[in-house]
Design a protein around this ligand. Structure first.
Ligand SMILES: O=C(O)CCC(=O)C(=O)O
Ligand SMILES: [Fe+2]
Length: 333
């Protein structure tokens, strides 16, 4: 079921080629793990002052960390368990089926990705596979995948509510129209990314996912208890300690631009745990329509206004030409 990483990267793995030497290239999976701020959303249902305290904490965590955890988030445990089970089943199909057939019946391609096809050195290998699913296509998933479709529908509805709540809280004092997210982000404009990091014999040499920022407004991330997610904070990589009851929320490039850098889209990566274990994570990427305009109401504006489609196209060109996304730095004034 694993993609043929060893075959594809044979020469890079045997020669141990390391072309560049920057801070991104140092892999350490035995870091001390950090607990990110935990926000208990149950307090939204309590008094006005409890709610206000909670809102303040969310804004502070978003400003200081760009990544935080939420508990009592309102997504039922059974919905979380079911989608993770379905994700595991899907990614455990034989590689040929995932890569060659359009098993999810998506409209543009089969949604399946693995590795990094432009890798020219060890540290550019990403030892992971994923289904990247546009939620606009969800009704097309059928046949033997009906149960997967139902679990996605149930999860997406609850994750959307959470993502919307977070973005609205964060946007409240940013001079953004109160209907901005309602008008631009619809259930079908969001994406689900089901990631799997297969066991890796070269875990101390290659990444699970290369350092990147997310291109959404916010990402609601479920990770299992294996660990390996790292964030670039104050000039160093820190490891995130998994929490069994928490979901992770992180801000993406669109929020950084919309907020004129009040909130940051934090660079993150995944290092691999060991030879024996696989790791799974599930990203719900809260995104707008392609023609949505991203423009901060705050002056002077750091970024020129751009559409979501322009950012996506620029990212694809950058990946093609340089091997990585350059994100919103492309739209700096
Ligand atoms: O697996 C993780 O924890 C992170 C995944 C991720 O960064 C992504 O899908 O964009
Ligand atoms: Fe990410």
């Amino acid at each position: 079921m694993d993609p043929p990483f060893e075959e594809k990267y044979k020469s890079l793995l045997t020669n141990g080629t390391l072309l560049s030497k920057d801070e991104d290239d140092v892999i350490m999976s035995d870091y001390e793990e950090h607990e990110l701020p935990i926000i208990d959303l149950h307090r939204f249902t309590l008094s006005f002052s409890e709610r206000e305290r909670c809102v303040k904490e969310i804004r502070q965590a978003a400003r200081e960390w760009g990544f935080f955890q939420v508990v009592n988030h309102g997504i039922p445990q059974e919905i979380l368990e079911r989608i993770q089970l379905e994700q595991r089943k899907l990614l455990h199909h034989p590689f040929s089926k995932k890569a060659e057939e359009n098993i999810l019946n998506l409209s543009e391609n089969n949604g399946y990705r693995w590795g990094n096809h432009t890798a020219t050195c060890l540290r550019q290998i990403s030892w992971s596979e994923a289904f990247h699913i546009p939620l606009t296509d969800i009704s097309k998933i059928g046949g033997e995948y009906k149960s997967l479709r139902e679990s996605i529908e149930a999860y997406a509805a609850t994750a959307e509510k959470l993502a919307k709540e977070m973005t609205e809280i964060l946007a409240e004092n940013l001079d953004i129209s109160s209907t901005y997210f309602q008008e631009n982000c619809l259930p079908e404009t969001n994406y689900l990314r089901m990631n799997r990091y297969p066991p890796c014999p070269f875990y101390s040499e290659v990444f699970g996912i290369l350092p990147h920022t997310d291109s959404c407004f916010v990402n609601v991330l479920i990770q299992d208890q294996i660990g390996g997610l790292q964030l670039w904070v104050n000039g160093e990589w820190i490891s995130v300690k998994p929490h069994p009851e928490a979901l992770l929320i992180n801000l993406g490039d669109l929020f950084q631009a919309l907020s004129n850098d009040v909130y940051k889209s934090i660079r993150h990566r995944v290092v691999l745990a060991s030879k024996q274990v696989e790791r799974l994570s599930l990203a719900y990427l809260y995104c707008p329509r392609n023609d949505a305009v991203i423009e901060s109401g705050m002056k002077p504006s750091i970024y020129r206004k751009f559409t979501f489609e322009e950012l996506m196209k620029q990212n694809s060109r950058d990946i093609e030409e340089t091997g990585r996304k350059l994100g919103i730095s492309r739209f700096l004034m």
